[in-house]
Design a protein around this ligand. Structure first.
Ligand SMILES: *Cc1c(COP(=O)(O)O)cnc(C)c1O
Length: 402
């Protein structure tokens, strides 16, 4: 049976052109990039070409790109590396309640080490408030880390404006741009960011390779001590093939950014309209306009997201409920709780994320089938229209968060 993959926020298939570019680096071009003979020099040269491709995708200097083992590693390094290096200046960090766990759990770890963390709330659309940010800044604040675009609800934060506020105060600014890259323009110079995390497997590259952009001169602790790789900041023989792949994927993402984004946006709007027009008691989560081109996230009253996922899987559709990390557990998504949804409503969430290869037929098939699935599940549901979750409760819960 044909599969329709609508979970591009979790990961993407590696583009065949990317696979082709990386394969020779497992075989013919296997040299250690630190070796001085020609095999080594060839590998080194290819890595530097890939570094330039990644740099160009975010308008950075290649010397500001440090390859890591994942987006999570880049987030960990940015936050712990800045905290440790700058602890004599202060112990306060500002982040948001809707960050990826790679940021949230790192901040929680630092709290146990004596740092103080402010978790900024978000409004019902998932946006942080610039006023809240200004009010949270103290003289001890050394780092602000706010994600560019949310992986669950797709909301795009005002990074440029945040960057201006933070820069003016002389505080270091990190953004997790893992979901932004390849979907919306990412320009480190325009955004006033000091550090920015990205990951290859979200942009049709392989899993297990990411990068941290570190603006020249930003004081940060080294991550791995050892050899001289990555300008001595992250030692270890380079993951050559995957670095080459990341370079190619970043170049392709950049070259086709607008075409891909427009394609995804058209399909996303078709999907949202199809669902909102045909299924009663459903809400769209995330900001109506300031959202990633491929993201659609819904809550269906009276049903569990997990049941929807299983029903979709049977007919060949892959989607997600909450984030990949939370599906399988009964904890509702921290992001959906942060936008004010009661736990009962958050449990009925479905995230469908479109990719560059998704087609109109895929979307129409999903809408047609989802209408039937929701109807069937609601008939079976123990919580039904006799105990409605009305908007007054929803508004009250949203209000309570602030
Ligand atoms: C996927 C993701 C990460 C983690 O990247 P990995 O390479 O999978 O570790 C971090 N932040 C966001 C927003 C993500 O979507």
């Amino acid at each position: 049976m044909k599969r329709i993959y609508l979970d591009h926020a979790a990961t993407t298939p590696v583009d065949p052109a990317v696979v082709e570019t990386m394969l020779p680096f497992f075989t013919e071009n296997f040299g250690n990039p630190s070796s001085v003979y020609s095999e080594g020099r060839a590998a080194k040269k290819s890595i530097e070409a890939a570094r330039l491709q990644v740099a160009q995708a975010i308008n950075a200097d290649p010397r500001e790109i440090y390859f890591t083992g994942s987006g999570s590693e880049a987030d960990n390094w940015a936050i712990k590396g800045i905290a440790m290096k700058n602890k004599s200046k202060g112990n306060h960090i500002i982040t948001s309640t809707i960050e990826h766990h790679a940021v949230l759990h790192t901040c929680e770890y630092l709290e146990k080490q004596g740092f103080e963390v402010t978790y900024l709330p978000v409004d019902k659309d998932g946006l942080i408030s610039l006023e809240d940010l200004k009010n949270a800044i103290r003289k001890e604040t050394i780092l602000v880390s706010i994600m560019f675009a949310n992986n669950e609800i797709g909301t795009i934060e005002p990074i440029k404006e945040i960057g201006e506020i933070v820069k003016e105060k002389g505080i270091i600014f990190h953004t997790d741009a893992v979901q932004a890259l390849g979907n919306i323009p990412v320009d480190v110079k325009d955004l006033n960011v000091d550090l920015l995390s990205i990951s290859a497997h979200k942009i049709y590259g392989p899993k297990g390779i990411g990068a941290l952009y570190i603006r020249k001169g930003v004081p940060i602790d080294n991550l791995i001590h050892g050899g001289a790789q990555e300008r001595k900041k992250r030692a270890g023989t380079e993951n050559t093939a995957e670095i080459i792949a990341f370079g190619k994927a970043a170049e392709m993402a950049n070259d086709h950014l607008e075409t891909n984004a427009n394609h995804m946006k058209t399909l996303r709007d078709r999907l949202i309209k199809g669902i909102m027009d045909n299924i009663p008691q459903v809400r769209l989560n995330g900001h109506p306009e300031k959202r990633l081109p491929g993201n659609a996230n819904f809550c269906f009253d009276y049903i569990e997201g997990e049941s929807i996922l299983l029903s979709l899987d049977i007919i060949g559709i892959a989607g997600s409920s909450g984030s990949a990390c939370t599906s399988g557990s009964l904890d509702p998504s921290h992001v959906l709780l942060a936008i004010g949804l009661p736990a009962g409503v958050a449990h009925g969430s479905l995230r469908l994320t479109i990719g560059k290869n998704t087609t109109t037929e895929d979307i129409d098939y999903v809408v047609e089938n989802l209408i039937q699935i929701i109807e069937r599940l609601r008939k079976m549901s123990p919580i039904n229209a006799d105990c409605p979750i009305d908007d007054a409760v929803f508004e009250k819960a949203a209000h309570h968060q602030h």
